[in-house]
Design a protein around this ligand. Structure first.
Ligand code: GSH
Length: 114
């Protein structure tokens, strides 16, 4: 059987991004998935988030990378992957997650705890 990559057009990707951000408190757009990240930055973001929340959504951008890059940039004004959104708001990539963690602010950012 031949493997057929998923074919996604820009509008489909835009609505997947909108829905993922709207429907999940914490969502990480990444390369690969939680179990098999395909980029060190995505792996770092998974590790940082997993310290504080068990349940979070991940979206693999690799099946349509150029479309996801554009759709995400529209929302976040951020050029690179990974991208984390919490409660509908863009939080950052892996460096920003790390900075928040070093300042002791990541848990509260992810959980809404004060
Ligand atoms: N410093 C960035 C690193 C992220 C990064 O440089 N990502 C690269 C490699 S995964 C990227 O998105 N490149 C553009 C692309 O692949 O479209 C962060 O804080 O997240």
């Amino acid at each position: 059987m031949t493997f057929q990559p998923e074919s996604l057009d820009p509008e489909e990707v835009q609505s997947r991004v909108d829905e993922a951000v709207a429907d999940n408190r914490v969502v990480l757009f990444m390369k690969g998935n939680r179990l098999m990240p395909q980029c060190g930055y995505s792996a770092k973001a998974v590790d940082l988030i997993s310290q504080y929340v068990d349940e979070f959504e991940t979206v693999d951008v690799l099946p349509a990378l150029p479309h996801y890059r554009e759709a995400l940039k529209e929302k976040s004004d951020w050029e690179t992957i990974p991208q984390t959104f919490v409660d509908g708001e863009f939080v950052g990539g892996s460096d920003i997650l790390e900075e928040l963690d070093e300042r002791g602010e990541l848990e509260a950012t992810l959980t809404g705890a004060n």
